[in-house]
Design a protein around this ligand. Structure first.
Ligand code: KPC
Length: 498
């Protein structure tokens, strides 16, 4: 197969006779690409400038897609390892005591080319975007963008969507060979044996579970109490952590990274634990899941307002402090998630083209990947009790049941439910017991996260337990929320089902 364009060279796809653009998007990642598409669809004349060799940003290059790729492999290897002794499962694939990582990364890199190609095809042929690839842009003034090798471009508006890069902890040894983030992980050129992952975070945990699943001796360190940054209840947090522990993946929480040690390449890390004592952990690879820093230097020439975490400050209409200049996506800091990047780009387009809409980002659903997806939306049980008082909770597995409980019994957990039911997941839905309004839900399992996109909408619409009981389940569903709600919704005074 050949690719659609030569991604090693600058690529230009725009009408060079245009004297002034309605908007120039700096960055063709998720935010820039979706913003550009919406802008174009509304009839605006846009130009998108991307410094990398493809559209779609870091997501398909080395971030979200790689994260999901490794997560899926971790789940498959986890199940293969668990069922290795079953006569009907193939033997766990291993060589020299572990599954090799490098072929997994090689296959990713090959597949990625065709994702880049599709981004290119869709943007150019279907969405009719005008763009440049492999070209750096800088901002001269609010109406002028300079493009390396091409000169100045005039525009009515600028949308800065240049994203964020990995944040490196400022500790000795952070530049040793063997220190990785998502951004350089695909450059891995050896098979690690002992791995320390820094950050029990959304970006650290899927990598940690992957390293564990391929057979690396893996330890996670986290400076806060484990998973405390996520709005989930203690039972969901405990279940998620226990599932890692069962797989031999320890999370050392309230533990800080002191140094990464080695002579040229990583040999160990020194950490300071809960007890205040320093200790050394053997490591030939350190993976940093320590977040990202916005690339806000780009707006320095304009004097746009920047926050303490280097984020560009914007209002609800995506406008920066400089008239005519907007920003969206990771460069604006806070939650760095796909929905915020893409929707933010769309909101910027709407606001520029006279269809103003405030972008509300407070309430959202979210997931952390381990060997499962742990997903949440809305209020936790604890928060709901504090805010509304009396709540109704439906939970699975139920508590205090003495017999073998093959539930939750979900798509993706059928074998667990029948043979090692403790591993078959955990889920709960929370209602206001008086108003019967749906307040929140949490789920540990496989595939349930998809429904949380729509559950968020139901919360925003003020759905009740009776509305959810009236939904039509597509059996056997990863979330049991519809059926659990229906079992109780006939009841005037709701009594917990858990
Ligand atoms: C194919 C895919 O959704 C992963 S990469 C997404 C990049 S973009 O569509 O620009 O948000």
């Amino acid at each position: 197969m050949t690719t659609l364009y030569d991604d090693r060279r600058p690529y230009d796809n725009f009408d060079a006779t245009t004297r002034e653009w309605d908007a120039i998007f700096i960055g063709g990642g998720a935010s820039g690409r979706f913003g550009s598409s919406y802008f174009r669809a509304m009839g605006g004349n846009q130009l998108t400038i991307e410094m990398d060799n493809h559209l779609g940003g870091k997501c398909c290059k080395n971030a979200c897609v790689l994260h999901h790729y490794l997560y899926e492999i971790a789940v498959e290897l986890d199940k293969a390892r668990i069922w290795d002794k079953k006569e009907y499962w193939p033997k766990f694939p291993q060589k020299n005591g572990k599954v090799e990582i490098l072929p997994i990364l090689r296959d990713y890199i090959v597949g990625r080319e065709y994702v880049f190609d599709f981004m290119f095809h869709q943007s150019k042929e279907q969405l009719k975007l005008q763009f440049m690839l492999n070209r750096r842009a800088s901002i001269v003034d609010p109406h002028t963008v300079k493009v390396e090798g091409k000169g100045d471009f005039k525009t009515k508006n600028i949308i800065v969507a240049a994203g964020a890069g990995p944040a490196m902890p400022n500790v000795p040894g952070n530049n040793l060979k063997g220190v990785y983030t998502y951004a350089n992980f695909l450059e891995l050129d050896y098979e690690p044996k002992d791995v320390v992952v820094v950050g029990a975070s959304k970006s650290g945990l899927p990598w940690a579970c992957f390293f564990n699943a391929v057979g690396c001796n893996t330890t996670v360190i986290e400076m806060m109490p484990a998973l405390s940054q996520f709005p989930i209840d203690d039972d969901v947090r405990d279940y998620t952590l226990r599932m890692m522990k069962i797989r031999g993946l320890p999370v050392l929480d309230c533990t800080t990274l002191v140094s990464i040690n080695g002579n040229g390449s990583v040999k160990s890390v020194t950490v300071k634990g809960k007890d205040g004592q320093e200790k050394t952990i053997k490591a030939d690879l350190v993976y940093l899941g320590t977040g990202c820093t916005p690339r806000s230097k780009l707006v320095a020439p304009l004097g746009a307002k920047i926050g303490p975490k280097k984020e560009i400050i914007i209002d609800k209409y995506m406008a920066t402090s400089v008239p005519g200049v907007y920003a969206s996506g990771d460069i604006t800091g806070g939650v760095m998630e796909m929905w915020k990047a893409r929707q933010g780009g769309m909101m910027a387009a709407k606001n520029i083209l006279g269809n103003p809409e405030a972008f509300e980002t407070e309430l959202f659903a979210d997931t952390v990947h381990t060997f499962y997806e742990t997903t949440w939306v809305g209020m936790t049980e604890k928060e709901a009790k504090e805010k509304v008082g009396q709540v109704f909770v439906a939970r699975m597995p139920i508590q205090g049941y003495k017999n073998w409980l093959p539930l939750p019994l979900c798509e993706g957990t059928m074998e667990f439910a029948h043979q090692w039911t403790d591993l078959s997941g955990y889920q709960k839905i929370i209602y206001d017991a008086k108003t019967r309004k749906f307040l929140g839900a949490q789920h540990v399992g496989y595939g349930g996260k998809d429904s949380f996109q729509y559950l968020l909408y139901m919360i925003k619409q003020g759905a009740t337990i009776d509305d959810i009981a009236n939904l039509t389940e597509l059996f056997i569903n990863p979330t049991h929320f519809i059926q659990l709600s229906r079992l109780r919704s006939g009841m005037k005074n709701l009594v917990d089902l858990g």
